[in-house]
Write a protein that binds this ligand. Structure first.
Ligand SMILES: [Fe+2]
Length: 244
């Protein structure tokens, strides 16, 4: 009985937690440094306290401050963050706005997807969609890590979904985000050196391998489910042929 109560409390807490930190990215105040659901030293040894101090406290703060400066008195000032990224991406005159808005969007998603109690595998519709797309969770992890390792220079690797729930691994250079391709970002790994160099030096793949241990899958699942899509569309072509 005590065990059952404990499990129920744990499930309730994890749902509330996932809901709180998987909020739509446009509902997070974009001109404030995003609050973290953990302390700077909680993600060790995967990400050190020093890296967190610099990455969240300095780099992200810099992007937030520059975005505020660049959009003041422009039509971007009252737009949701993802809209700013999409609109500025199509303007050759707004590169600085695109770079900084993209990095605020990316880092807000990034920092809210971690937990010191993370790791393991996703559940539910997301898990099913991953297996439908890549065959297994391990194959997905392998493909994602490979994309992150092979991305030339600075950038991001994303798990993203389209409006029908189909999943994609997307490489983005610099501050790019899959929203510019009409996709919803679910999980993003920062492969700029500032994200890992203090802890892993040039061993980017070791860093990505370690990051799997702090992924807060309930947050990623909630982002997927918030798109309102189901995994039904992710049936393979072979399955569809058998149905016809
Ligand atoms: Fe970063």
């Amino acid at each position: 009985m005590i065990v059952l109560v404990f499990i129920l409390v744990l499930l309730t807490f994890s749902n509330v937690y996932a809901e709180k930190f998987s909020q739509p990215v446009d509902s997070i105040p974009m001109l404030q440094l995003v609050s973290l659901p953990y302390d700077y030293d909680d993600l060790q040894p995967v990400i050190s306290e020093r890296t967190m101090q610099l990455h969240h406290g300095k780099h992200l703060q810099g992007y937030v401050d520059r975005l505020a400066r660049y959009i003041i008195n422009t039509p971007y000032n009252n737009m949701p963050l993802s809209r700013i990224v999409i609109m500025s991406d199509s303007s050759v005159y707004d590169q600085e706005i695109f770079d900084n808005a993209g990095q605020v969007l990316n880092h807000n998603l990034y920092f809210l997807q971690f937990s010191p109690h993370g790791g393991g595998e996703p559940q539910g519709a997301l898990a099913k969609a991953i297996v439908n797309r890549w065959g297994s969770f391990e194959e997905f992890k392998h493909a994602f890590t490979q994309n992150g390792s092979q991305l030339f220079g600075s950038g991001w690797v994303w798990l993203a979904c389209d409006h029908e729930g189909r999943l994609y691994i997307v490489q983005e250079p610099n501050g790019g985000n899959p929203v510019t391709h009409g996709l919803t970002p679910l999980l993003g790994i920062d492969v700029w050196e500032h994200a890992y160099y203090l802890d892993y030096q040039n061993r980017r793949t070791d860093h990505i391998d370690a990051v799997w241990n702090i992924i807060d899958w309930p947050v990623i699942e909630a982002r997927y489910e918030a798109t309102g899509v189901s995994d039904n569309c992710c049936q393979t072509a072979v399955e569809k042929m058998w149905e016809e």
